[in-house]
Each structure stands twice: as structure tokens, then as C-alpha cells.
Ligand binder design. Structure first.
Ligand SMILES: Nc1nc2c(ncn2[C@@H]2O[C@H](COP(=O)(O)OP(=O)(O)O[C@H]3O[C@H](CO)[C@@H](O)[C@H](O)[C@@H]3O)[C@@H](O)[C@H]2O)c(=O)[nH]1
Ligand SMILES: [Mg+2]
Length: 193
């Protein structure tokens, strides 16, 4: 039977600039009960929240387009990514965070969101848990242009796209952000649109 317990955990900070890269050394108990020493690096940038805004009558969704440097250095020619609205929690609760993030990034003022699931997005290397939400929107909720917080260099473009077109963009590879694919597929599976 798998034991899977660990002991003697030691943490070493490798980098602590914008976010934190830690290296953990620990003993891991194997199936036969013996202990082996393992080393793993874990990138800690806190937890996050993401949301699909959808308009049931017009069958559209709100997505964002922004430059993502880590993708630019790995096969994404112009570094631009089409994503659902998302942000880091900092010290907020996931629901409060996503409502604020929606207003900053998309310019929509919403007050009700539905949590649909949460997920570790890259469990071998990143500590983050991402909280996933959906919420209907309407043009009357638009209070400004969006684009990201004034003090952050986000330069976010807000897109309103027919749901079917967004699904086709997954197939064509124009959308290849995991959280966005997960929420669009949730919408399809649950008949939101
Ligand atoms: N100066 C500086 N700024 C940074 C750095 N890394 C990120 N930023 C800035 O930090 C801000 C974070 O913006 P949020 O909207 O809060 O987060 P996010 O980057 O959109 O994160 C969302 O997407 C991620 C990628 O899918 C998710 O990992 C995350 O949970 C969240 O959903 C952005 O303005 C970004 O440019 C850095 O190394 N240096
Ligand atoms: Mg964001």
C-alpha cells in the first residue's frame, strides 16, 4: 500500500523578486516503507481566480487579449494570448477578487458570480490553486472601457466573441490558454449558451 508521507522538509529560497521560487528537500516514504531524499522546486505566485462572462441571449462571451512573456519565449510568435478574465488573489477572497478583476480588466460591473470548480494548473512546478467562476453579463453593466488597473502595465484588450466562434478558436489553436479552454468547455457541457 502506498504510504506517501513526507518528513524533514527543508525550504531554500532560490529567487524572491516579483514572486518566489523555493527549493524543497524532504524525505519521501516509498511503497515498501523505506525513505528516500527528494528535491523539488516550486514556484509560488499565490492563488488566482478566473471567470467566463457570458451573454445567454446574444450567445457571446467576453475574453481578453494580452502579451504573455512566458509564452513568447516558448513558441508563441507574438506572445499574445486570448484568455478569460483572471487575476491573482493577493489578500482577497476568490469571489471578491474576481468581481474586482472583472471591473478592472473588462469594464463590466457584476455583483453575482457562480463558482464552478477549482484546480491546480501545473502541479509539478507551480503551487497555485485557481478558482473558476462563471457569470452572465449584459451591455447595461458596462461602466468603462476596461484594460487593466491604472497602476499595472497590463494593456489588456477586451473582446466580445460569439460563443461558437470561441469554441472554433480552440480547435484552430487561436485559443490555447488552459483556464480559458476549461471554462468554455464547462459552458458547452452545462448548456450555458
Ligand atoms: N513587474 C512585474 N510585473 C509582473 C511580473 N509578473 C506579473 N506581473 C504583473 O502582475 C500583474 C498580475 O495581474 P493579474 O491580472 O492579477 O494576474 P494574471 O497575470 O492575469 O494572472 C491570471 O492568469 C494567470 C495565467 O493564466 C494565472 O496563473 C493566474 O492565476 C491568474 O488567473 C500583471 O499586471 C502582470 O503584468 C513580474 O515578474 N514583474
Ligand atoms: Mg489578469
Amino acid at each position: 500500500m502506498k504510504k506517501g508521507s513526507i518528513r524533514n522538509i527543508k525550504k531554500e529560497v532560490l529567487s524572491d523578486q516579483w514572486y518566489t521560487l523555493n527549493k524543497y528537500t524532504y524525505e519521501y516514504q516509498k511503497e515498501d516503507g523505506s525513505w528516500e531524499t527528494q528535491r523539488r522546486e516550486a514556484y509560488d505566485r499565490g492563488n488566482g481566480a478566473a471567470i467566463l462572462l457570458y451573454e445567454p441571449e446574444r450567445k457571446t462571451v467576453i475574453l481578453t487579449r494580452q502579451f504573455r512573456m512566458p509564452t513568447y519565449v516558448n513558441q508563441n510568435t507574438d506572445g499574445m494570448m486570448i484568455e478569460v478574465c483572471a487575476g491573482l488573489l493577493d489578500d482577497q477572497d476568490p469571489e471578491g477578487c474576481i468581481i474586482k478583476e472583472v471591473e478592472e480588466e473588462t469594464g463590466f460591473k457584476i455583483d453575482k458570480v457562480q463558482k464552478v470548480f477549482e484546480a491546480y494548473m501545473s502541479p509539478g512546478s507551480v503551487t497555485e490553486i485557481l478558482h473558476f467562476f462563471v457569470a452572465p453579463y449584459h451591455q447595461s453593466m458596462k461602466i468603462h472601457e476596461g484594460g487593466g488597473a491604472e497602476d499595472e502595465t497590463e494593456n489588456i484588450e477586451v473582446l466580445e466573441i460569439p460563443f461558437e466562434e470561441a469554441m472554433a478558436m480552440i480547435r484552430s489553436g487561436e485559443i490555447r490558454d488552459a483556464k480559458t479552454i476549461m471554462l468554455l468547455q464547462y459552458a458547452r457541457l452545462n448548456g450555458l449558451l
